[in-house]
Design a binder for this molecule. Structure first.
Ligand SMILES: [Zn+2]
Length: 100
């Protein structure tokens, strides 16, 4: 992950910690940085999947396409698809000749 991506992440209030917004020049380290990276990966994967036309939302608790109600719900998901969505992604990737 590049510094540029991380700066975008910090500016996006949705990926910061719970509570009041942090100043724009906030520097994340340690567990807070890892949590922000996880949330960014999760949201990017989910967004790309939706752009590809994958079905949404998912009911599987850990699927990346489960709709979070609160920021903490993102932390309970994974950055991966459930079995059903993995099969759906494989079909779409094959149809569109996407490289993995
Ligand atoms: Zn799923």
């Amino acid at each position: 992950m590049t510094d540029q991506v991380l700066r975008l992440e910090v500016k996006d209030g949705a990926l910061r910690g719970v509570g009041s917004p942090m100043p724009p020049d906030t520097h994340l380290e340690g567990e807070a940085l890892e949590l922000a990276r996880f949330r960014l990966r999760n949201q990017l994967t989910s967004s790309v999947a939706k752009l590809l036309g994958m079905s949404f939302p998912c009911r599987e608790p850990v699927c990346v396409l489960r709709a979070p109600v609160r920021i903490q719900h993102i932390d309970l998901k994974s950055t991966h698809f459930c079995e059903k969505h993995q099969a759906e992604f494989s079909r779409i990737a094959q149809e569109r000749k996407l490289k993995r």
